[in-house]
Design a protein. Structure first.
Length: 363
């Protein structure tokens, strides 16, 4: 680590040394030799057929329920464009994934943030907002949420699923971190609890490489024709060349071992982050995740969070703008801390720097 280089607590990048470059090169050579004339030609708008079937088998759904695209972020824009009109109500966790907030606001939706607790949304606030006016769509990152690190508990999942069935709103379940659980057991997905009301989206970015840009959408059979048509009208077809390589990687049985490798790498980094927070910021209010890429710290009101975020680099760290994660922009004292893409040494130094910055900007 360069002594003068700041530590970036910003994007949730995977560890560079964990990218399966050699395996990908071998898979590319093999699939180009065997399927090159198919992959480099126009193809199906719903994605490369063999990979769609592999995904369908992996998630135990029907082939037609699977849509492949260029990222899970792309599917957020698909859902917003297809299911929302100006003025339609959307619920999101507050804080939430900043690009999801942007996607919903871009189509003119009435975006309502539901406060987040350590085990998921505040259900009293959710049900009160529901009585006022039900949403068309509820966007949620239920597993190791970006940006907070929160995982929604089983009881809350079941209640949300019941309410979706009663009130008829769609759950947009964004689950790119679900396979990266480092301890404990995974709760059921909304896809399992409310299959007729859930659009489940995932990605190979976190468990393989963000550079491949392959997203996965799984939806109820009755709405999939609309999504397939939206895909066709948007880009004719997604990036088949990349999907072919990803398929070969999965066909060879390399994905699950890679996930286990990532878990073995990231678990100690998460534990290190938690230990450093306990050591240097023991009184702080922070989330203790069991997986994923992030945890978060909520600074006390006595800290000038805006000044801290604007001047963090003077203390040797770079932070994301916390306000971008909130539907109302009220996130000056919210700090997202990614831990996967940096070393344990950088984590320790970075938390010490953060503690010094907090002390400096405490009023």
């Amino acid at each position: 680590m360069e002594s003068n280089a700041p530590i970036y607590f910003t994007r949730g990048n995977p560890a560079t040394d964990a990218l399966p470059i050699d395996d990908f090169r071998a898979c590319a050579d093999a699939v180009f030799k065997d399927q090159g004339r198919v992959l480099f030609q126009y193809g199906h708008y719903s994605g490369y057929g063999p990979l769609r079937q592999w995904v369908a088998d992996w998630f135990d759904v029907q082939y037609e329920q699977v849509l492949l695209g260029n990222s899970s972020m792309e599917f957020l824009t698909f859902a917003a464009g297809l299911f929302l009109e100006k003025g339609d109500r959307v619920f999101l966790e507050n804080p939430s994934y900043d690009r999801a907030i942007t996607a919903m606001k871009r189509v003119g939706a009435d975006v309502v943030g539901i406060p987040l607790e350590p085990d998921g949304i505040d259900m009293a606030a959710f049900e009160a907002a529901l009585k006022e006016k039900p949403p068309k769509l509820f966007y949620i990152v239920p597993d190791f949420q970006n940006p907070s690190g929160v995982t929604t508990g089983v009881a809350k999942r079941k209640r949300i699923a019941e309410l979706a069935e009663t009130h008829g709103f769609l759950i947009l379940e964004d689950a790119p971190y679900r396979f990266l659980r480092y301890r404990g057991e995974n709760p059921p997905t909304f896809k399992e609890l409310a299959p007729d009301h859930t659009i489940h989206i995932s990605s190979f970015s976190k468990i393989m490489s963000p550079g491949v840009r392959v997203g996965v959408l799984i939806g109820p059979p009755d709405i999939m024709p609309k999504l397939h048509k939206w895909s066709e009208d948007t880009y004719i077809h997604p990036a088949l060349v990349t999907e072919g390589i990803v398929y070969e990687y999965c066909r060879r049985g390399l994905l699950v071992p890679n996930i286990e490798k990532l878990k073995a790498l990231y678990h100690p980094r998460m534990d290190c982050m938690l230990q450093m927070l306990e050591t240097y910021m023991g009184d702080a209010d922070y989330i203790k995740p069991e997986g994923g890429f992030f945890l978060s710290v909520t600074l006390p009101a006595t800290v000038d969070g805006r000044a801290l975020q604007n001047n963090a680099e003077k203390f040797g760290i770079v932070l994301s703008d916390g306000s971008g994660f909130f539907t109302d922009g009220q996130g000056d004292n919210f700090v997202r801390l990614p831990f996967c893409g940096i070393t344990e040494e950088e984590i320790e130094v970075g938390v010490q720097c953060l503690a010094k910055a907090i002390a400096h900007y405490t009023i």
